[in-house]
Design a binder for this molecule. Structure first.
Ligand SMILES: *Cc1c(COP(=O)(O)O)cnc(C)c1O
Length: 217
């Protein structure tokens, strides 16, 4: 069933959108079902859980950290993580850079932008985002082991489709505006099980889907 769920979503999203299978809280057997159906991008939001799954699963999987990441835990995932979605401060970016340097890797990161109408969601507001980008541009020598490859955002958890659509539009506008400033910049991670269709309409090229693939948590 997991394979069929993935197949169905992949048919809907086409070749130009990447599907991150959000496997948080789910056991290895279910992740392996997804793997055997061809899925290679997995998203986790807890460091320890991701490390355990990384150790137990095939090594051609790309592990995406999608949750809020604490600076003191970066070192555990730095050797293998392929994309960190939720970078929301310069301090965190500096720690990722330092840990990337230690394992001689350049770690791909998305800057998380706050677009929702909720107090619980992390992320930079537009001014903070501008400031982070300014610092990176002015001091490239301090960020030699990270690549900012795009932006990530989460819409408000609501049934109001216009509201979700407007929030994603806002993020897409910001994404388009800052694109000339960095070299590897191409990913716009927005959309989850409940709102990925709207996100796709608004220009997402990476969706993070959990419950629609693996079932409710
Ligand atoms: C859990 C989670 C998802 C997936 O949520 P579903 O509704 O199960 O698709 C996507 N993005 C983030 C940041 C998450 O924490």
């Amino acid at each position: 069933m997991i394979g069929a769920n993935i197949q169905k979503i992949k048919e809907q999203i086409g070749q130009n959108v990447e599907l991150v299978a959000v496997s948080k809280t789910k056991p290895i057997e279910l992740l392996m079902e997804a793997y055997n159906a061809g899925q290679r991008l997995f998203g986790e939001n807890k460091v320890q859980e991701m490390v355990t799954k990384y150790e137990q699963m095939p090594k051609d999987i790309e592990w995406h950290m999608i949750g809020h990441l604490q600076s003191n835990k970066v070192k555990y995932i730095a050797p293998f993580v392929s994309l960190i979605h939720g970078v929301d401060s310069l301090k965190l970016l500096e720690v990722i850079n330092k840990e990337g340097e230690k394992c001689n890797r350049k770690i791909n990161c998305l800057l998380q932008v706050f677009i929702a109408d909720e107090e619980t969601k992390f992320g930079l507001d537009e001014n903070e985002l501008n400031e982070v980008l300014k610092q990176i541009n002015e001091h490239p020598e301090k960020y030699t082991h990270v690549n900012i490859v795009g932006l990530m955002g989460m819409a408000t958890n609501t049934n109001d489709k216009d509201k979700i659509s407007n929030e994603f539009k806002t993020l897409k506008k910001i994404f388009n505006r800052i694109s000339p400033f960095t070299t590897h910049y191409s990913l716009l991670s927005m959309g989850m099980s409940g709102d990925y269709q709207i996100a796709l309409q608004e220009g997402s090229n990476m969706i993070r889907v959990g419950s629609l693939i693996f079932g409710e948590r």
